[in-house]
Design a protein around this ligand. Sequence first.
Ligand code: CA
Length: 230
Amino acid sequence: MAVRGAEETVVVVVEDDPNIARLVDMYLRRDGYRVYKAADGATGLDRIKQYRPKLVILDIGLPGDMDGMQLCRELRATSDIPIIMLTARDSEVDRIVGLELGADDYVTKPFSPGELVARIRAVLRRVDAGARAVLSPILESGEVEVDTARREVRLRGGLVPVTAREFDLLQYMVENTGRVLSRRQLLDGVWGWDWVGDERTVDVHVFQLRKKLGSALRVTTVRGVGYLLD
Ligand code: CA
């Protein structure tokens, strides 16, 4: 189970099919999300206003006056909250796209809960990355500057040439300053969880960064574990 501590990610699920709602609820809870359900559009809107979720899962076909498309439009009028739509038919996907409702993603029924969870993670990751880049395009670590907008590294103001992977690794370490990062964590975070290869790849890239940035890169090797950036 994912550990999110006190900061649980709230998700509102608007779905009138009780079996699907229950299944989605179960899987999201298992993955550490806090879930609020609604079986029609009006209740969904209430829940969203009340609980201010990080993401909304929205079925298109809903009973009552407000279907999923209308609710999506309503939400988009005032917020950029991430929305994943559930569709019963492939033909509906065309309508979602055609109507430019502004949903972030859509999943066609029947879907596996695992697929939905993966989509949720991907959407939230995109949103978080975007927010981080907007909030603070330049990260600092001592005399080292990591410009995430321009993807440049500067040392005391001077440009330091790094490869794309070295840049990603440095950004990841700076974002996790003060935390001991295992080689596996670094591989997952920088190379991707599905990357298959030798953990020494990490060492090679850290070696290169040390060579280029010298003592300005305050990274220490934690024996038997990985690295720590102070
Ligand atoms: Ca439905």
